[in-house]
Design a protein around this ligand. Structure first.
Ligand SMILES: [Zn+2]
Length: 467
């Protein structure tokens, strides 16, 4: 403490909350406070101390509710967000509207509106960052949408793939951006220009599509590009048994992850997504590399993959692998759903992921996977003020005895009340402070109808509907 009580000024003081700092010691203040100046956290501690020390320009009383660092989602395809309800709950390949029929119809404005909805939806559930894996066709449209809501996102160059049959991705997926090696190598790294602005909400990283659509050459170029820029290199891999076997054959015959490790393609900045199929010899290749994995425990169940192949990720979590979550596509879940599913998937195999670990996977561990630990992922002095105050006025938040478990398991991370990103108030009372939420929702409804019309698709319910 310095100076007489109330002598230090700050822009914002958040006080009187159950503060989960997620610092290295995982310090929790049962009645804590955070002081912010501009974009940065300048003090964290007991409410009694900070409230007397600071004279804030703006005071926020959390009224005992949970305060935590903004959650981070490490894999989200923003431009297929509104296909939910259209891509039916029947996951068979005969589904009437495949993803590519939707994406092939998208104009820049459609990507802009969907990304606004993603950003609003995650904010209302306490998420402040999502990593888009290079599948938005027009990154500038997505970036503008993210900035309009005031959240953070990571963007990559769109659809870097160079294997002519598109591997496991159907060729029809490539109607807009063909599997063109020349283009892939030329475009690689363009989005990294976004990182020149240290204060920018939108950052660049390196992503290739993967899943059999990539040559080893492209993987090497992408990893080198990411290493040189100090950013994350991400791709889809080993989604199904068929994909895993195909890639094994393409990359030398053994387990592909072992081959990748030998080639130096796995490292602390590598972030591989899905990994529903992991063989025994791949476990040590993954652990030794200190790479991160994005887990979507629901997808493996949705497609029935986990009935053939036991999920190995809970085992890797036990062994200290940096596993994080990615919502991927909001098919039959959204932000806040995966922690609950992951917990139960582990329990099914008599394993246990504590809710405290689930919270780490959404905050500090996710920031590590994205190489952004110095900036976000915890509430600590010097870090950017990405801070969520939960509501404690909902019955689902009771009894407030174990707030972490209540928030992540029974509460499904709903009901963020107030959110700051980069020190700026962007959500108040569950409503955006940056734009007209109702207008965005109306535009989104209209947009979905417009895209479906272009695709020539008429949604049908199995029950009679009288118009
Ligand atoms: Zn994906």
């Amino acid at each position: 403490m310095t100076g007489k009580p109330g002598s230090e000024s700050c822009d914002i003081l958040i006080r009187n909350g159950y503060l989960l700092t997620m610092d290295a010691e995982r310090t929790v203040y049962s009645c804590g406070a955070v002081a912010i100046n501009d974009k940065t956290i300048i003090a964290v501690g007991r409410d009694a101390e900070l409230s007397t020390r600071f004279r804030p320009r703006r005071l926020f009383d959390a009224k005992g509710a949970v305060i935590h660092p903004g959650f981070i989602d490490c894999h989200y395809h923003a431009n297929i967000h509104l296909i939910r309800g259209i891509a039916p709950d029947d996951p068979k390949t005969t589904a009437p509207l495949p993803f590519f029929e939707w994406t092939n119809q998208l104009e820049d404005e459609d990507e802009y509106i969907q990304t606004q909805v993603v950003s609003l939806e995650m904010l209302r559930r306490g998420y402040t960052f999502f990593l888009e894996p290079g599948t938005v066709y027009e990154p500038d449209a997505a970036a503008a949408a993210v900035e309009s809501v005031g959240v953070r996102a990571g963007l990559a160059d769109p659809y870097l793939w160079d294997v002519s049959d598109a591997g496991n991705s159907r060729p029809s997926n490539t109607a807009r951006i063909p599997n063109d090696a020349e283009r892939a190598f030329k475009v690689l790294g363009r989005q990294l220009a976004r990182n020149k602005d240290p204060d920018g909400l939108v950052r660049g990283h390196v992503a290739i599509y993967g899943e059999g659509s990539q040559s080893e050459q492209l993987m090497r170029a992408a990893k080198e590009c990411a290493d040189a820029a100090g950013v994350t290199f991400t791709m889809h891999h080993n989604f199904t048994v068929e994909q895993a076997e195909r890639d094994d054959a393409r990359f030398g015959g053994g387990s592909s992850m072992v081959h990748f490790a030998r080639c130096g393609l796995l490292g602390p900045n590598s972030l591989f997504v899905h990994m529903n199929v992991i063989r025994d010899d791949e476990i040590s290749a993954i652990l030794d590399s200190r790479m991160s994995l994005v887990w979507h425990p629901g997808n493996a169940m949705y497609y029935g993959i986990s009935s053939d192949k036991k999920p190995r990720i809970p085992e890797l979590i036990d062994q200290g692998c940096n596993v994080v979550f990615g919502v991927d596509v909001a098919k039959v879940w959204t932000f806040g759903g995966l922690e609950h599913i992951g917990y139960l998937v582990a329990r099914q195999d008599k394993r246990y992921i504590p809710s405290t670990r689930l919270l780490e996977m959404r905050t500090a561990h996710a920031a590590r996977a994205l190489g952004l630990s110095e900036m976000i992922g915890s509430i600590e002095v010097g870090k950017r003020a990405d801070i969520v105050i939960r509501s404690n006025r909902e019955p689902e938040t009771l009894p407030s005895i174990n707030p972490v478990q209540e928030l992540l398991l029974t509460g499904h991370s709903t009901f963020a009340s107030t959110v700051f990103v980069n020190g700026k108030l962007v959500l108040l009372g569950g409503q955006s402070t940056q734009l007209d939420q109702e207008a965005v929702l109306a535009a989104a409804r209209e947009m979905a109808g417009r895209v479906l019309k272009r695709a020539g698709y008429i949604p049908r319910l199995s029950w009679p509907v009288i118009n």
